[in-house]
Design a protein around this ligand. Sequence first.
Ligand code: PLP
Length: 385
Amino acid sequence: MNAEWGSVYKDLGLKPIINATGSVTALGGSIVADEVREAMDMSNDVYIPMTELEQKIGDHIADILDVPAAYITSGAGSALTLAAAAFIAGKDDDKIQQLPNTTGMPNKILIQKRQRYWYDRCMEFSGGVLVEVGSEEGTTKEELINAIDSDTACVHYPVYEQNEVDEKILSLEEVIEITHSKNKPVSVDAAGQIYPLENFGKYVKIGADFQCIAAKYMGAPHSTGIALGTKDVIDKIARHSFVGYESRRIRGIGRPHKIDRQEIIGVYAAVKRWMSLNHEERLSFEESKTLNIINDIKDIDGLEVKIIDNIIGHQPFGLNIDIDTKKIKSNNLDFVDVLKNSEPSIWTRVPDGKDTIEIHVFGMTLDQSKIVGKVIKEKLEGLMI
Ligand SMILES: *Cc1c(COP(=O)(O)O)cnc(C)c1O
């Protein structure tokens, strides 16, 4: 960290943050990779027809990932909204212009009750309505079969391969089989499934009609995403998109989901970089940042420290820390605030539904990981009972 660190924010009277909480949109998400910034710079003073650019980059990314078709969107969330629009209204221009009013169109987005998650709301913005299938106890095949009817736009399925398998829900394979047997499409949120590389695009390859990817997780601008899918679904997404709105003069819901030509070029550079990156090196770098923190704090009496050794998905390694309130005058929730208010400010969190402090090194430089370890140690030492 040099003297200039954060000055662009400090000059505005804002307090810069060390991000120890991973890829979170609330902090601005991620750092754009050098190769990506360079590619974006080169695209800056040249104009290009956006329809052709989307088509060409989509073709290249589809080739790289070995899926039928791809489209760059303004985030994975945007890809979900556009895909829902595609499943609801198809490619009929009158219907495209009628959204978000879905009268006369199938508008139910089915999702297993136990799979409800933060971003499922994105499936509703084009007029869809989420309908839960099954219960907290799980979902049976019969429940899904019976839930799919002529009002069904699609069945939506979020994937978190880094988490333990939930035996109570239907697997993606089962959902695809059942949904396709009733001639309806399957949509997958695989925003973070970019590692191992064989998972990147996998869900379309095993039969989903669409999946999204969050390009924020791989060094592209935080505001970008990728829709992958069948040629038919991607063609529909293009028609609903801001490009369709401006180039075809069809006033669909996609207009506010605008993306720059610089960003599209950036996503392409990020995908190429990700596919040729030395992931052993990337993982060992993430591990070394994690160990920097652990080594500073592992011997503190009253602090339990556990490494997170997961490498699947977008956010490898990290650690959990737990404060023993009998030995330290704080608790996990309060200590998150202590770190927020420290100098420099460090953001960690106790994730929803958990009670342990989770630290992620995704958004940290090597130097920052050393600062994080030192500050945690110093603050805890001041709180010993
Ligand atoms: C981040 C994320 C999203 C939203 O992606 P954006 O690119 O920020 O719109 C959707 N789903 C999952 C699982 C995510 O992690």
